[in-house]
Design a protein around this ligand. Structure first.
Ligand SMILES: [Zn+2]
Ligand SMILES: [Zn+2]
Length: 339
């Protein structure tokens, strides 16, 4: 079968790979749709360390193609979304068969070969049944939404609170929508590109600020009577944005870091103390029903994913898909790949 393989920094090619086999408790999923995210782009550009060669990709949906020992054979043909963090298979919980309790879950596509291929083996516990009315391309865009849900779950936004979302990539846009649904009042979003702002506004942003045109601190302080926002959520992973986030939050406010890269600055401890801040780190989708609820928000139309999908490619066009996701050319927000 064909697989996209990262062979080095900014090097991706199609290779023939053997078909996966489902071990006990595992299934083989035929990939119908996969999407690229910042993690994939940073594996490609070297900002996230990846062992090469590696089949990347972790956000995907498809159908169960085959089942291993101990899995109900009637699952074959079931449409599914797939949670991207796989149990390690080596810890005490995993060896006892309690895969859901694994504390050392690892992202597929980073620590093991991922979904940018035709078929992939995953544990049955990673499957989320895809209900009628949710298409594969939609179910391959759940991860940023689930990461966003993990964030708002922890924040407990109060109706009318002011929120700043730094960065309007897929996670930033998801958070814009989720904060609006959670009752944020003023919802200020930033990006270095104009392209995502029409989506931001349709998702509920009240102010959009292009960081290349306006000083963000000045803009946020002006919009919040000089106080700073109740909540500031950094999703861009840009070192400059991470460094400035603390200047935007009010005294006793909440600061969230989600944007990830190898070259981020440390958290400045003295301003955290001086402002009596609560700082949250979000390292994933939480694994506590966020995936299932993300799917429900899509099924019920609470979030429209279509505006985020700017590019669609086939697996044969994977080099172009990565080039677009990396350069964000053509106003790219989400790149979807269908094998
Ligand atoms: Zn991702
Ligand atoms: Zn484990």
């Amino acid at each position: 079968m064909r697989a996209a393989v990262l062979t080095g920094i900014r090097q991706v090619e199609l290779q023939e790979r053997p078909e996966p086999v489902a071990g006990p408790g595992w299934v083989v999923v035929r990939v119908e749709s996969a999407s690229l995210c910042g993690t994939d782009a940073h594996q490609y550009d070297g900002r996230i360390d990846t062992p090469f060669p590696r089949v990347p990709g972790h956000d995907f949906a498809g159908r169960v193609e085959a089942v291993g020992e101990g899995v109900d054979p009637s699952l074959v043909g079931t449409p599914v979304a797939v949670k991207p963090s796989l149990p390690c298979t080596e810890c005490a919980e995993c060896r006892a068969g309690k895969l859901l309790d694994c504390k050392r879950k690892k992202l597929i596509g980073l620590w093991s070969d991922g979904c940018l291929t035709e078929k992939v083996a995953v544990p049955q516990v990673n499957l989320v049944p895809r209900p009628d009315g949710v298409e594969a391309w939609q179910a391959s865009l759940l991860e940023p939404l689930a990461v966003g849900l993990n964030t708002v779950d922890r924040l407990g936004i109060k109706l009318g609170e002011s929120v700043v979302v730094l960065g309007q990539g897929p996670i930033g846009l998801s958070l814009t929508r989720l904060c609006a649904l959670s009752g944020a009042g003023q919802l200020i979003v930033t990006d270095a590109r104009e392209a995502p702002f029409s989506v931001s506004r349709s998702f509920g942003a009240t102010e959009t600020t292009n960081v290349l045109e306006r000083d963000v601190k000045e803009a946020v302080l002006e919009l919040t009577d000089g106080n700073g926002a109740d909540i500031v959520i950094e999703t861009s992973g840009s070192p400059a944005s991470v460094a400035s986030a603390i200047d935007l939050v009010r005294k006793e406010g909440k600061l969230v870091h989600i944007g990830w890269a190898n070259d981020l600055p440390p958290i400045p401890v003295i301003p955290v103390m001086a402002k009596t801040l609560t700082v949250y780190g979000i390292g994933g989708n939480g694994g506590r029903g966020q995936y299932e609820r993300a799917l429900e928000l899509v099924r019920t139309g609470r979030i429209e994913l279509e505006p985020m999908v700017t590019h669609r490619f086939s697996l044969d066009e994977i080099a172009e898909a990565f080039a677009v996701a990396d350069s964000k050319s053509g106003g790219a927000i989400k790149v979807v790949v269908a094998p």
